[in-house]
Design a protein around this ligand. Structure first.
Ligand SMILES: [Mg+2]
Length: 117
């Protein structure tokens, strides 16, 4: 099976749990990929540094058609937002909502970085 795992409110809620899930899946001969609405450069998260699976950043595009265009067919989707599989994000690339989310996201990353140092 090819299993697509979402990042926000899925992987990032419980990275250790999902790392275990990924390992067990791979040991059983299944493939796990990351499929996220995020933009690869603008929305990079430090958690992604340690993730050694194929990652697909759709930049707000519906995930299923995005991957199928690349010839990637997913058997199982794991996603807190099932609509993201078939529908484009409601936040357009230049929308204030996306901008506000990016500002907040960067703040959170910076705070976590400061806690670690
Ligand atoms: Mg999500």
């Amino acid at each position: 099976m090819r299993i697509a795992l979402d990042f926000d409110k899925t992987y990032n809620i419980a990275p250790e749990f999902w790392d275990t899930f990924i390992n067990i899946s791979q040991e059983s001969g299944h493939e796990v990929i990351l499929a996220t609405y995020r933009h690869k450069e603008y929305d990079w998260d430090p958690l992604l540094d340690n993730l050694d699976i194929p990652m697909y950043f759709t930049d707000g595009k519906a995930k299923k058609p995005f991957l199928e265009e690349l010839g990637i067919v997913v058997d199982i989707w794991i996603d807190d937002n099932p609509y993201s599989i078939t529908d484009d994000s409601a936040w357009l690339p230049d929308s204030p909502e996306l901008h506000a989310w990016r500002v907040e996201n960067q703040k959170r990353i910076d705070q976590e970085q400061m806690k670690r140092n």
